[in-house]
Design a protein around this ligand. Structure first.
Ligand SMILES: [Zn+2]
Ligand SMILES: [Zn+2]
Length: 202
């Protein structure tokens, strides 16, 4: 775990560090547990309750390139942006990745062929030395899969600005600030009216 020289976070899993020269001709099968430790995730970044998996076939291809095809499966969760309720997100992705030696980045693939590679919508990662860190790649995919704004549900009403109660529940007695099209708002309003009716007739 920890930062490497170039500032990139390295995965903690040695199993996910593939030594390219040791990949047999027929390829290498990777079947690894994915969890917080493997991904070197800080607690505040993301919650991962149980172990996920990363299965892949890794093989060497032309000009020092490495082709990785696999499947990533991981249950993640994080707080809703409005009400802070823990909101699950299943990361379930097919990965089709090409790794190229970094020297290729500056020569061959910097010209039309590079453009062609991007046209085909391939994910290309450059590696240094003899090791590709699949853990770092998996980590990146897990983080990229997370929404910019996580919502427990599309019409989450968040928390009451007055008392902090979850406004998705008909629990708080503060007056509703604005009308909503949500079918739940009438329930919330009923609660409000019932509580308020003792004091103020509406
Ligand atoms: Zn919410
Ligand atoms: Zn309230």
């Amino acid at each position: 775990m920890g930062q490497s020289d170039d500032g990139r976070v390295k995965s903690a899993s040695i199993m996910l560090q593939v030594s390219i020269s040791k990949i047999p001709t027929e390829g290498l099968e990777v079947d690894e547990v994915v969890n917080r430790d493997v991904l070197a995730l800080a607690a505040e970044e993301l919650s991962i309750a149980d172990n996920g998996s990363f299965r892949a076939h890794v093989e060497r291809a032309d000009a020092g390139s490495v082709h990785v095809r696999g499947h990533l499966h991981l249950n993640t969760s994080g707080p809703c942006a409005r009400c802070l309720a823990e909101t699950p997100l299943l990361v379930d992705q097919e990965l089709d990745l090409f790794f190229l030696p970094e020297s290729e980045a500056l020569s061959e693939y910097d010209d039309e062929e590079g453009a062609e590679l991007q046209d085909r919508d391939l994910v290309v990662t450059f590696y240094k030395g003899d090791v590709i860190d699949l853990g770092a790649v998996v980590r990146e995919h897990v983080l990229l899969a997370q929404p910019m704004k996580r919502l427990c549900r599309e019409d989450c009403k968040g928390v009451c600005p007055t008392c902090g109660a979850d406004r998705n529940l008909p629990a708080c007695a503060c007056p509703a600030p604005a009308k909503s099209e949500s079918p739940f708002s009438s329930i919330a309003l009923l609660g409000t009216v019932e509580r308020a009716s003792g004091k103020n007739a509406r």
